[in-house]
Design a protein around this ligand. Sequence first.
Ligand code: FES
Ligand SMILES: [Fe+2]
Length: 357
Amino acid sequence: MSLFLKNCWYAAAFSDEVSRKPLTRTLLDTPVVLYRKEDGTPVALLDRCPHRFAPLSTGTLVGDQIQCGYHGLRFDTAGRCVFNPHNDGKPLASANIESFHLFERYGLVWLWPGDPALADPALLPDFFFLEDEENFRVQTGSLHVKGNYQLVTDNLLDLTHAPYLHPGFAMPGVTVAQQLAATTTKVERIGQTVHYHRLRNGLPPNQATIDLFDFPVEPCETRTHMHWHAPALISFDNGTRFEHQSNLEGFWFPQAHCITPETETSCHYFFAAARNLKKDDPHIDEAIMNVLVTAFRDQDEPMIEAVQARMGATGDLDSLKPILLKTDTAPVMARRILKEMIAAENDATADAAVAAE
Ligand code: FES
Ligand SMILES: [Fe+2]
């Protein structure tokens, strides 16, 4: 029985992390080696030689193949052992290893750990802003979080934590109570996706937006809409605009948040943030990265890690019977959908095993 959903996309790495130098990364409790073929196509194989379990990532590339750094078995991009130097270079089928289906888009290499026949790029969220250079400047970053990946989803799908954990996002002269009163929230499920809409009207922009873009301290509309796709991919539509402005005329700050389990209690968190204003200003690049790093690395991450530490060795929050607040609707909905999807997948796997007996 798998803890993780298999027939779905996981961000494995940023595209620029994968090169002709093998990269090792643990994904879904599995060591994976990533590299590029000579034509640039990315490859992912199990990072464990079946002979003495050496990490293949410490080996060398021979053309498109990877050669184990211990005793020289060589594997092709499909994981077949195509060369055994200790038997006249003959292939060794019993040494074949797992290979993983990949797809590259939005500056990320996506891994599909399940049945490759089901791998469908249309299942990715529409991160259009990562491909629109005319309107957006994109900045990326990643974190290694010592917490279950769903704790990061919880964090993003319940932004009521912002006034408490992210004081830098406060609005001048506005109390938390006023902020909550000015915010309307709507949560909806569409198929197997969750949409958490938050709209705040009649209050000034937050202080960071005022400082960065010389915005007036006047009433505006701020949206923080989260669109969740299983297992942990979130398209965040964040923006501030004044009356009669379109999204592009205001400040549009859409983001991709892609969380991939490393183990049950740790994850890789890839984020990419785009902005439409002052696109060519390196000072704004630096300031935006500071805002993101402060919020995600210095505030969210330590809290998520502290939560995981209190949970102990399990990633299963539900088993610990957390109390529920009204504001938990979106994260609970996402957790339920994911749980149903994993259960359905495990049932199908069990049925197939019985049928094969
Ligand atoms: S461990 Fe890889 S060839 Fe021996
Ligand atoms: Fe946060």
